[in-house]
Write a protein that binds this ligand. Structure first.
Ligand code: HSE
Length: 436
C-alpha cells in the first residue's frame, strides 16, 4: 500500500521528537500501521533549522497554510502551539478533509468543542494523545481501555514543572522562588511559567480529561484554579509530620449534584503511590466503578515522550483512515449526540477535607473558641497539632485537619476564625484528599 502522507506544522521540541521517533522506528511502526507513514512536508518559520533536521527527506516550507491545503497530504500534525494561528490551521485542515493530530492542550481546552464539531461534520479525526500528560497514553486509556466503566474520579499530577518545584522544596528545603528559577534554567517551564505555577496548564489538561471521562463538553472557564506560589516550607513540613505530601493535583469528580473540576495544591497521604511521584514526572489516578483505581505514570513532557504520543495518534489515524466515520471512536469517547448535561459545580459546592494552619496566642480558651466556630458550621476536626512556642514566644502554630465539608462552610468558618482577636494574620487553607 502506498505511504500515508503527513504534513508536520512546527518542528520545535515536540516536532523534532516526533520526527526522530518516526525515523528511528519506521519499520516497526509501518508493520503496526499496515503502511508506511511518511512526513513529506514540514512547515516551520525557521526553514534553515527545519532543513537541517530533516536532512532533505521532506520538503520544507515556511507557509503552514500551504500544507493544510496541499491535496497530497492526508494527515496534518499541528505542533505550532497557541490558540490563534493553530486554531485557524486546524480548522482549515479539517475543512480540506484532512485528519489532524495535535498536542495543543490550550487550544483543545478552549476551542475543542468547535474543532470536534467541525471534524465530525467533515468525517475526519482530530487525535490528541500528546495534549495530556505527554507520553502517558491517558487519552487512550480513558476513552478506550476503561470504556466499560462509569468513571468516578480522576486525580492527576499533570504539570511536571510544579511537581518538580514541590519535590525540590520538600527535599532540599528551598523556597519556592529559588526552585522556580532552577526549573526555568532546566527548560521545564512553559514559555510563560505562570501557566505552570498558577495551574493553567494543569487546568487545560484536566478539562480535556473530564470531557472524555464524563462525556461533557470542554468547560475550561468553569475549572477552578489555585497555584503553588503561596506554599511555604512550614506547610510542607507540617503536612509531612501528619503523614501527607502536598502536590498540585487536577481533580475531577462525578457527584450527585454535578462535576467537580478543580486544580489546586492538595495534601495526599504519603503512602499513596501517586504521592511518591517526584520531579517532572506525571501520574494520573483514575477510579472506575468496575476496575477500581488505576494509575498511569510517565514522562509528562519532552521531545520523544510527547513524540511517542503523537506517533501513536498517527498510527491510529492511519489504521482508521479508510473506516466509516460512524465506526470510529468518538473524539470525546461518547457519541456526540449522547453527551451528558451534568453541570460543573461552582467551587463553593465542592466537598473535600481541609488542612488549616493558624497562628494564635498561647493562652487558655483559644482552642475552644476556634473549635466552637468549626462546630457551629458542622465541621468536624479529624486531627490537630499545636507546636510548642519558641522560647519567649507567645504565638504558636495550630494545624487542624478537618473531615469532609463543603467549601462554602469552611470559608465562612475561616472568616470568623480570622476575626478572633487571638488569631494573628490569615488562616492557611489547603485542601486534602484521601484518594481512596
Ligand atoms: N510545562 C508542562 C509541564 C509541559 O511542566 O508539565 C507539558 O505540558
Amino acid at each position: 500500500m502506498k505511504p500515508i502522507n503527513v504534513g508536520l506544522l512546527g518542528i520545535g521540541t515536540v516536532g523534532g521528537g516526533t520526527w526522530a521517533v518516526l525515523a528511528r522506528n519506521r519499520e516497526e511502526i509501518s508493520r503496526r500501521a499496515g503502511r508506511d507513514i511518511r512526513i513529506s512536508v514540514v512547515a516551520d518559520k525557521e526553514t534553515a533549522k527545519a532543513k537541517k533536521l530533516t536532512g532533505g527527506k521532506a520538503r520544507v516550507t515556511a507557509d503552514a497554510f500551504e500544507v493544510v491545503r496541499d491535496p497530497e497530504i492526508d494527515i496534518v500534525i499541528e505542533l505550532v502551539g497557541g490558540v490563534t494561528v493553530a486554531k485557524d490551521l486546524i480548522l482549515a485542515a479539517v475543512d480540506n478533509g484532512k485528519h489532524v493530530v495535535t498536542a495543543n492542550k490550550a487550544l483543545l481546552a478552549t476551542h475543542g468543542n468547535e474543532i470536534f464539531a467541525a471534524a465530525q461534520k467533515k468525517g475526519v479525526m482530530v487525535a490528541f494523545e500528546g495534549a495530556v500528560a505527554g507520553g502517558i497514553p491517558i487519552i487512550k486509556a480513558l476513552r478506550e481501555g476503561l470504556t466499560a466503566n462509569r468513571i468516578e474520579w480522576i486525580a492527576g499530577i499533570i504539570n511536571g514543572t510544579s511537581n518538580f518545584i514541590l519535590s525540590e522544596m520538600r527535599d532540599k528545603g528551598l523556597p519556592f522562588i529559588a526552585v522556580l528559577e532552577e526549573a526555568q534554567k532546566r527548560g521545564y517551564a512553559e514559555a510563560d511559567p505562570t501557566f505552570d505555577i498558577e495551574g493553567v496548564d494543569a487546568a487545560h489538561k484536566l478539562t480535556i480529561m473530564a470531557a472524555i471521562a464524563f462525556g461533557i463538553p470542554m468547560q475550561l472557564d468553569k475549572c477552578y484554579r489555585e497555584g503553588i506560589a503561596k506554599l511555604t516550607q512550614a506547610d510542607i513540613r507540617y503536612a509531612e509530620q501528619l503523614g501527607y505530601r502536598i502536590k498540585l493535583l487536577g481533580i475531577t469528580k462525578r457527584t450527585d449534584k454535578g462535576i467537580e473540576l478543580r486544580v489546586h495544591p492538595t495534601l495526599i497521604p504519603a503512602k499513596r503511590l501517586i504521592a511518591n511521584v517526584e520531579g517532572v514526572m506525571n501520574a494520573v489516578l483514575v477510579k472506575g466503578d468496575a476496575v477500581g483505581p488505576t494509575l498511569y505514570y510517565g514522562a509528562g513532557a519532552g521531545a520523544e515522550p510527547t513524540g511517542s504520543a503523537v506517533v501513536a495518534d498517527l498510527v491510529d489515524v492511519t489504521r482508521l483512515h479508510t473506516a466509516d466515520p460512524e465506526q470510529r471512536v468518538p473524539h470525546l469517547a461518547f457519541q456526540p449526540d449522547r453527551m451528558s448535561s451534568l453541570k460543573v459545580l461552582p467551587m463553593d459546592e465542592v466537598v473535600t477535607a481541609y488542612y488549616l494552619r493558624m497562628q494564635v496566642e498561647d493562652r487558655p480558651g483559644v482552642l475552644a473558641d476556634i473549635s466552637r466556630i468549626l462546630a457551629d458550621a458542622s465541621i468536624s476536626i479529624n486531627a490537630m497539632v499545636q507546636r510548642e512556642p519558641a522560647k519567649g514566644e507567645r504565638q504558636v502554630d495550630i494545624i487542624m485537619l478537618t473531615h469532609q465539608t463543603r467549601e462554602k462552610s469552611i470559608n465562612t468558618a475561616i472568616g470568623k476564625i480570622e476575626k478572633l482577636p487571638v488569631v494573628t494574620g490569615r488562616v492557611t487553607r489547603i485542601r486534602l484528599e484521601e484518594l481512596q
